[in-house]
Ligand binder design. Structure first.
Ligand code: XMP
Length: 319
C-alpha cells in the first residue's frame, strides 16, 4: 500500500541520516518488531548491520532454531546467535519480584549487546524494535499520572548505562502498522502474523522464582496450547496466547494415584495495539479438550485454569 511504501522510504532516509557511516547491531527477539526493524535497517545500511539473537534460556520451545533459521534462510543479514542462557538463568536464580526480574534481564541484554558491539569492530548504535505503545506504557498509563506499570527493558533504563546510541525506526508505529510495513518489506505472512513475545520471555510467565524445571514444564504446556489454537483455526483471531505456570501445587488424582503438581493458567486476548485487551471467548469444548491434553501430555501439571481478566484492570502478561 502506498502509505507504507512512502513510510519505508522515509524511514530508510532517516536511518541513513542518523547512523552516517557507523556500524549498528540489532537485537533480534524473534518477534515481528525487531525483525521488521532489522530488515528495514539492512535496506538502509547493508552489511554495516549485524543482528544479534540472544538466547536467554527464556525462549519458547523451538524458538531459537525458528528465528535463526528463518533469518539465515531468507535474508543475507549477518547474524550472531549468542547462547547466553546460563548468564540469564544464574542471575535470575532465587529472584521472585517482577520488577527486579525485568531490571536484571534488561541489564544483561545491555551487557551482551555491548560485548557484541565490540566484537563486530565497534558498533556505535543499537537498533531496537520499540513501538509507540512501548514508549507510552513505560512513561504513563492511559494518559494518567506518570506511573511505571512495567519496565519494558527495550525502553526504560537502557540509555544512561549504555555507550551505544539507539536507532528505533518503529517508534512512531502501532503493531498493525508494523505488520503492514513487514508485508511491504516482503516478510512472510506466517512471520508477520506471529503473536507478540515479550523481551523478558518466559521469565514473566513464571510468576515467582524461575527454575529450569519450571521453564521446561511451561514450554511443554505452551506448545500444546498453541498447537490446540492452530488446530482449531483460531491463531489469527487472537492477538496473543500463552500459558503462565503458577507458583502453586495442587492435589489431583490420576488413575488411582494422588498427584501433587503445578497449576497453570491459559491466557488469550484480542487487542488492536496491546494497550487494552479483552479475554478471548473460547468454547467450553475447546477449553476442556485443551485442559485434558495439557494434563495428559505435560508431566508436572495437574490443573488448568483460564484467565478471564481483560486489560485493564489486568495486564496481558502476568508480570
Ligand atoms: P502488558 O503485559 O503490559 O503487555 O499488558 C502489553 C504487550 O507488551 C508485551 N510486553 C513486552 N514486550 N518487552 C517487550 O518487548 C517487554 O518488557 C514487555 N512486557 C510486555 C506483552 O507481551 C504484550 O504484547
Amino acid at each position: 500500500d502506498w502509505t507504507m511504501a512512502a513510510y519505508r522510504e522515509q524511514a530508510i532516509a532517516a536511518i541513513r541520516d542518523r547512523v552516517g557511516g557507523e556500524k549498528v547491531i540489532c537485537g533480534l527477539s524473534g518477534g515481528v518488531d525487531s525483525s521488521v526493524a532489522a530488515v528495514l535497517i539492512h535496506e538502509a545500511i547493508g552489511d554495516r548491520l549485524t543482528c544479534v539473537f540472544v538466547d536467554t534460556g527464556l525462549m519458547r520451545e523451538g524458538e531459537a532454531d525458528e528465528v535463526v533459521g528463518m533469518f539465515r534462510d531468507h535474508y543475507n543479514i549477518p547474524l550472531i546467535h549468542a547462547d547466553e542462557s546460563s548468564l540469564f538463568l544464574d542471575a535470575l536464580n532465587g529472584v521472585s519480584d517482577p520488577e527486579i526480574k525485568r531490571k536484571i534481564i534488561g541489564g544483561l541484554f545491555v551487557e551482551v549487546f555491548e560485548k557484541h558491539a565490540h566484537s563486530v569492530g565497534g558498533a556505535k548504535f543499537l537498533a531496537q524494535g520499540t513501538l509507540y505503545p512501548d514508549v507510552i506504557e513505560s512513561v504513563s498509563f492511559s494518559g494518567g499520572p506518570s506511573v511505571t506499570i512495567k519496565s519494558h527493558h527495550n525502553v526504560g533504563g537502557l540509555p544512561e548505562r549504555m555507550n551505544m546510541k539507539l536507532v528505533e525506526p518503529l517508534r512512531e508505529l502501532f503493531k498493525d502498522e508494523v505488520r503492514a510495513l513487514g508485508r511491504e518489506l516482503g516478510l512472510p505472512d506466517s512471520f508477520v502474523g506471529r503473536h507478540p513475545f515479550p523481551g523478558p520471555g518466559l521469565a514473566i510467565r513464571c510468576p515467582g522464582e524461575i527454575t529450569p524445571e519450571k521453564l521446561s514444564i511451561l514450554r511443554k504446556a505452551d506448545a500444546v496450547y498453541i498447537d490446540q489454537i492452530r488446530r482449531h483455526g483460531l491463531y489469527n483471531d487472537i492477538w496473543q496466547a500463552f500459558v503462565a505456570l503458577l507458583p502453586v501445587r495442587t492435589v489431583g488424582v490420576m488413575g488411582d494415584s494422588r498427584t501433587y503438581d503445578y497449576a497453570c493458567a491459559l491466557r488469550a486476548v484480542t487487542s488492536v495495539d496491546g494497550m487494552t485487551a479483552d479475554y478471548y471467548p473460547f468454547s467450553h469444548e475447546f477449553l476442556g479438550e485443551t485442559a485434558t491434553r495439557i494434563i495428559n501430555e505435560v508431566k508436572g501439571i495437574n490443573r488448568v485454569t483460564y484467565d478471564i481478566t481483560s486489560k485493564p484492570p489486568g495486564t496481558i502478561e502476568w508480570e
